[in-house]
Design a protein around this ligand. Structure first.
Ligand code: GLU
Length: 294
């Protein structure tokens, strides 16, 4: 029997710490508005704190104009944060690209424990590791036969220019309780394989950076889109490997367009700035986002 993974602990109200974690890789859309509003509201309702973290590790797609638009759009929506890249705070810096030393330290902890290994087999997994690997992105399970023997890489002083993967416990069922989706389970080695924690371009993967940050920033509940449920299972393995207690989870419903497709970050017409330019009021947007479905 595997020990139960430490997730879903109840959060004492005064200690609630939530986060809004946009990536400046495109225009924010109504789906982001919905998720970020839920994150902010859950912190407000708990008498807790909401922080802002800029997740800018996708060096190919991030752009300064997207970062500027994030601030404008969130202000237009009426969301506020107590700590963030603009306001500072006890866990600064709040921009991921400024936290590389912190990630490198935790990479070393994983390397020493032998649960990661250097992997020359990149393929499209690298693409998946660039930013949040959203559901439906055609994930392929990394074949276990490509794993090197245990102990490989333990003496490597720096990540270097190769991907580092987490050796998942094949067949293990990862269970957690989600605040909205309820009991959730994924099987390691089946629903996902050895995933990248450090990219060969020199940056930590989304999975790894987000776990390090959520832990060190003392986030008590992670609110994000339900396309990241599977990612949560991977992240629970990282929490365990690092010896950290996981936060509670709350995965929000996604917003789709009239054809039932998920909104795209690269379509300006669907973006919050597009909605704003079209003259919509933020309160009206919020009402429409949270209206009960007919
Ligand atoms: N930065 C991620 C995104 O924009 C959010 C990931 C998360 O909340 O864990 O998709």
């Amino acid at each position: 029997m595997n020990p139960p993974l430490p997730s879903g602990r109840p959060v004492p109200p005064a200690k609630y710490r939530g986060r809004i974690a946009p990536s400046p890789t495109g225009w924010l859309h109504a789906g982001h508005a919905r998720t970020f509003t839920v994150a902010w509201k859950r912190a407000e309702d708990s008498g807790g704190t909401c922080i802002l973290r800029m997740e800018d590790l996708d060096t190919d797609r991030r752009k300064p104009e997207y970062t500027a638009a994030v601030y404008e759009d969130l202000a237009w929506l009426g969301l506020r944060w107590a700590e963030g890249p603009d306001t500072g705070g006890p866990h600064a810096p709040y921009t991921q690209s400024e936290r590389m030393d912190i990630y490198r330290r935790q990479w070393k902890a994983l390397r020493d424990s032998g649960c990661i290994y250097p992997s020359p087999h990149s393929r499209k997994d690298v693409r998946g590791a660039l930013s949040a690997p959203h559901e439906g992105a055609n994930e392929s399970v990394f074949p276990p036969r490509l794993r090197p023997p245990p102990g490989t890489g333990r003496k490597t002083p720096e990540p270097g220019s190769v991907n580092w993967r987490f050796r998942v416990p094949d067949g293990r069922v990862i269970r957690f309780t989600d605040g909205r989706c309820g009991e959730t389970a994924y099987t390691a080695g089946q629903d996902f394989g050895d995933f990248v924690v450090w990219r060969k371009d020199g940056f930590p993967s989304y999975e790894f950076a987000v776990v390090v940050d959520d832990h060190l920033m003392e986030i008590s509940e992670v609110v994000r889109g339900e396309d990241l449920l599977r990612s949560t299972a991977r992240q629970l393995l990282l929490y365990e490997a690092l010896g950290w207690r996981a936060p509670a989870w709350y995965h929000c419903e996604l917003v789709c367009d009239a054809e039932g497709r998920r909104l795209a970050k690269r379509t300006e017409a669907q973006s919050l700035r597009g909605i704003r330019k079209a003259g919509m009021d933020p309160v009206a947007l919020r009402v429409s986002l949270f209206a009960p479905k007919r």
